[in-house]
Design a protein around this ligand. Structure first.
Ligand code: TYC
Length: 147
């Protein structure tokens, strides 16, 4: 019977329980999967497969968070309030209450935040608002700005 090591991982392979020793560190899911898969493929190979790579805590992450963009509505004297509320409900998925609050904020302060999105989503929102305003012949303006 295999004796479990102190830092061991128990897994079932080839109709018997085996133990893979893990280093006294936390394994990433990839390291854990590699160790488990390699051990599972080779019935004689058990217990002590060190993780292939050990994560250097100082290493730069390979994935970067995307830049985010704020989308704003601008005030003007002519666009009807109801139209702005509809725009906020339709393109920014706001409830009627939240849309009314944002519209009144824009009306009083000159501009207001509608949402924060990745570049392409923000660009789409701006285009949708501008197209709807143009179609309805309102001078409503919408803009985006890198966060
Ligand atoms: N100021 C407009 C009015 O009094 C209403 C308005 C609100 C227009 C927000 C644009 O982004 C806007 N009818």
């Amino acid at each position: 019977m295999d004796k479990p090591a102190t830092n061991s991982l128990k897994f079932y392979c080839g109709r018997r329980w085996k133990f893979a020793q893990t280093a006294p560190i936390l394994l990433t899911m990839t390291q854990f999967a590699h160790q488990t898969i390699t051990a599972a493929q080779d019935p004689d190979h058990i217990e002590t497969l060190p993780p292939k790579t050990i994560t250097d805590p100082k290493s730069k992450p390979k994935t970067q968070k995307p830049s985010m963009y704020k989308v704003f509505l601008l005030n003007d004297d002519y666009t009807p309030m109801e139209f702005v509320v509809l725009v906020l409900e339709s393109f920014f998925n706001k409830s009627r209450e939240e849309a009314t609050r944002i519209m009144m904020h824009v009306h009083r302060k000159g501009m207001g935040l509608c949402g924060v999105y990745t570049f392409e989503v923000a660009e789409t929102k701006v285009s949708q608002v501008m197209a709807a305003a143009q179609q309805a012949q309102h001078p409503l303006q919408c803009m985006m700005e890198k966060e």
